[in-house]
Design a protein around this ligand. Structure first.
Ligand SMILES: Nc1nc2c(ncn2[C@@H]2O[C@H](COP(=O)(O)OP(=O)(O)O)[C@@H](O)[C@H]2O)c(=O)[nH]1
Ligand SMILES: [Mg+2]
Length: 466
């Protein structure tokens, strides 16, 4: 049976705030049709209660004798609507006055104002989607690049959920195998099946690990891949930032120590958003403010996925020293690109020398002139390949949400305990307890297992009208 979890009927403006060509006001709940009927007269003379689901009528919003607007009204009947409840969408002219008047009329006729994310929350509570899909609705709306959009759509369409369903069913198989063992435990039987159990546990562990591993890429795609531009003062970092983002974002000057703070800007390269972080140049200085800036440069390395170490090719020796001493220890698992700048100032012999001296670093290298925009397009290409993004159309699931990441990490610890338990031959009921825990954490992601607090946390971050 279809269960209505919410008694009240809610309304909100679902289009962006401000003036637009049109605006859409969404109404959802048991009484959506009755309430809207009180303020709407369709030109065809029919009441909304007579209007079929998935149809639109034209008419007027009226307040007594006053015509507020001419509108289109779409009707969706439970359970075939976004929220699973009766829904009405009023498309009105985009005047803020009209929008507010319609909201006021709806509220005075018995609707309540929707809370942030309440439409999507109802869709979840009514079983129209699971929790990870509901969260993806917000990501789809927020997506700003082709790659972020693709991941959000993948999640909203339930591909991640399906993966979790498969994992859960494997875990349930596991539980039944263990329970079979428990049933016979009195009878002192050798269990050949333990090998099978181990295989299954390992397979589940690999799958969960693959999902958790995808988070760093997924998160970077969602928020823009952070690329720190680091180097000595005057290396041409700010010039490079300006070239990469295509506008004069940072001040460029021949004076050392011009950039003293972090400057960030984002750019779409091949449908992926990169977030470039220009930093204060590294040098020995007694200037307190500049030193604070240099500290921030080091911190930027820690936050980045890719580090561009920009080298003034005329001064590459001192740059090598800084690189060795201050940067390499911080780069560790990050991708490092050595960017030799100002190649317009060096001849080919000197270039040869430079190449030799950096030959032993485990890093991609590129030679550019930021000022003359030589090889800068190649640098963009290089960045894209260094980022090692999953190919468009690849079926692997990439997770982007920190809540999912944390739950998967917990699930992973639980399955590792299962594996260790099997290795140590511990009793089946302890193993099965860890399996249950693993199931619990996976269930947290899809919302099979959830609390009001979790739901409140998730949906309060949505906008009103979603
Ligand atoms: N000749 C030449 N000069 C450059 C190049 N890139 C930057 N510069 C100059 O080097 C100086 C320092 O540049 P800036 O971008 O402020 O360096 P930052 O301190 O690393 O941010 C400025 O005078 C730039 O015009 C380049 O590729 N070739
Ligand atoms: Mg600078």
């Amino acid at each position: 049976m279809f269960i209505m979890k919410n008694e009240n009927t809610i309304c909100a403006i679902s289009t962006a705030p401000g003036i637009g060509g049109i605006a859409v006001i969404r109404v959802s709940g048991n009484n959506a049709l009755n309430v809207c009927d009180k303020i709407y007269t369709a030109t065809n003379g029919k009441s909304l209660l007579e209007q079929k689901g998935y149809t639109i009528s034209f008419g007027r919003i009226i307040d007594g004798n006053n015509i507020i607007d001419e509108v289109l009204v779409s009707v969706f009947l439970a359970p075939h609507s976004f929220t699973g409840e009766n829904c009405v969408e009023i498309s009105c002219h985009g005047s803020q006055f009209i929008q507010q008047e319609i909201l006021r009329l709806l509220i005075s006729n018995g609707c309540s104002m929707a809370m942030p994310g309440e439409f999507t929350q109802r869709a979840f509570l009514n079983g129209k989607m699971d929790l990870s899909q509901a969260e993806a609705v917000a990501d789809v709306i927020a997506s700003q690049s082709a790659a972020a959009h693709r991941l959000a759509m993948q999640q909203m369409r339930g591909e991640f959920s399906n993966e979790l369903i498969k994992l859960r069913s494997q875990l349930l198989d596991f539980t039944s195998l263990i329970e079979l063992e428990l049933d016979f435990s009195e009878e002192d039987i050798e269990f050949a099946d333990r090998t099978k159990l181990k295989e299954l546990a390992n397979e589940i562990e690999r799958k969960i690990l693959k999902l958790t591993d995808s988070f760093s890429t997924g998160n970077a795609i969602k928020n823009g891949i952070p690329v720190a531009i680091i180097g000595e003062t005057n290396a041409g970092k700010s010039t490079l930032l300006n070239v990469l983002v295509g506008e004069e974002r940072a001040i460029v000057s021949e004076i050392h120590g011009t950039t003293r703070d972090i400057i960030e800007d984002t750019v779409n390269l091949h449908g992926v958003q990169f977030r470039f972080i220009d930093t204060a140049g590294i040098r020995d200085t007694s200037d307190t403010i500049e030193n604070l800036g240099i500290e921030r440069s080091y911190k930027a390395i820690e936050k980045a996925n890719i580090v561009l170490w920009v080298i003034n090719s005329l001064r590459y020796k001192s740059s090598m020293e800084w690189l060795e001493e201050k940067v390499l220890p911080r780069v560790k698992d990050k991708k490092l690109v050595l960017v030799f700048n100002k190649i317009d100032m060096v001849n080919s012999d000197e270039l040869g020398e430079i190449k030799k001296s950096f030959a032993n670093y485990n890093a991609d290298t590129i030679f550019i002139s930021a000022k003359q925009q030589k090889n800068t397009d190649e640098l963009k290409e290089l960045l894209y390949s260094v980022a090692q993004l999953p190919e468009m159309g690849e079926n692997d699931i990439t997770i982007t949400n920190i809540r999912h990441y944390e739950a998967l990490q917990n699930a992973h610890s639980a399955i590792v305990r299962v594996i260790n338990g099997l290795k140590d031959n511990i009793s089946g009921d302890f193993v099965s307890q860890d399996i249950r825990e693993c199931l619990h954490y996976l269930g947290e992601i899809t919302g099979t297992i959830t609390t009001d607090e979790i739901l409140g946390n998730i949906f309060s971050k949505f906008c009103i009208g979603k």
